[in-house]
Design a protein around this ligand. Sequence first.
Ligand SMILES: [Zn+2]
Ligand SMILES: [Zn+2]
Length: 488
Amino acid sequence: MDVKSLYTNIPNADGLTALKYFLKEFNITKYSHDAILRLTELVLTRNCFIFNGKFYMQINGIMMGTPIGGDFANLFLGYLEYLIRLQYRGKHPELLKRYIDDNFGATTMTRPELEAYCDFVNNFHPTIKYEFTITEESVPMLDTKLYIKNRKIESTIHYKDTDGHTYLKYGSEHPKSLKKSIPYSQFLRQLRINSEESEFWLKSEEMCDFFRKRGYPDKIIREGLNKAAALSREEALEPKKPKKEAQDIITFPITYNTMNTKIVSAVLKRYATLKNDPIIGKAFETKPTIAYKRGYTIGRAVTNTRIEEEESEKILGTFTCGRHCTTCKHVNNAPSIVGSKGSVPVEDKFNCLSKNVVYAITCDVCGDLYIGETCQELRKRFLKHRRGAINLAERMQKERGNPTPSPTPKKKRKKRKKTPKKPPEKPTAVAEHFCQDDHTYHDMRVAGICYVDDTARRKEREQRIIMKLSAFTLNRDVKHMECATDNN
Ligand SMILES: [Zn+2]
Ligand SMILES: [Zn+2]
């Protein structure tokens, strides 16, 4: 039985419950449980990644590739199995083993009993679903095929249909010792997996062919096979003893290439001579071990995990929407917005229809600028500014056109202000600016600076840009705010 997409289906809270249970169960005292739980929570909830130039945050499940992923998934499934064992009242399978999300079991239950068990397991957790294969003959599990023979479970190697046996080509630019070790390690694998000796020889012969096709000389293939076959299966299955920590030996890391191997062999050969040197001899009291670092490969040069946007998408700036709208005539497609004390780059691609933007209105005549933010389409917001400037200009025109009344009646009129018509709205700084001498609303230019979906964050961004550009003349409210905070 397999768990269907395990990693993304572990609810964070359930995974943490499992972790908490095992920390207590195994009586871990070296580290504070709270610290481990909190750190795990941070790993779970702060996974950000970039896709198509945008940042995303994973909101549930564990991400692939994190160092704690395997352990976290294991603990969670282990806890789930523990709860199932505790709660299922029917018969349990006699054998049940698991490698992360791959399970294998054997039982003498009747089929209906087994189906009832599978049913219970599959409905136990809301997001964890299993795929079952029930068989009386054979079943694959990872790279092993398990089969029943003479009332015994035997195993042999299993290759997936997609397996192309693409072992490292012998002609590849790798250390010779590494290439020599590959056939041996594969025959060792055969020895471990094939429980019947006849199967081991059969599958090993097949494997010899795989290596021949990859250019390995017969001599190296045979040596590998003989070395593996000299071991008993029990010896091969013995877990590797952990290497003793070589504390005093200095590791000398070097990038692998054919020239370096010559240097290395020369150094090691002449080590005795080098040891007599007063400085080198002290630095390398014991013979250093050499570790090869991988050199630059074609693979590294041609692959990139980041998905790049199309070239045309990369051109930043503000552009016309293509509908020849009024705003189109005012679009400023400069790559950055320049203020009196600094500049900010235009971070994205905008047009009249862009929404949720921080934008700049700049003046063609004197270069002054206003920074604003809006959730609306940029053109809707811009047209309000433009309308404000036009209305104010018309009003001023009217006032100028009308003969100024003599001071006396004016005073009288002011005194009779108790029942006036609704006064016109106070003009904005932007409207006033574009009604100055030499200015008209034709001098207004508009450009997007960045997209921010969240309103509070967008306002915050707007404030910061105003500060950075010292755009206080037209953002006069902000100036007051800044003065207020300065005085505090
Ligand atoms: Zn437009
Ligand atoms: Zn101006």
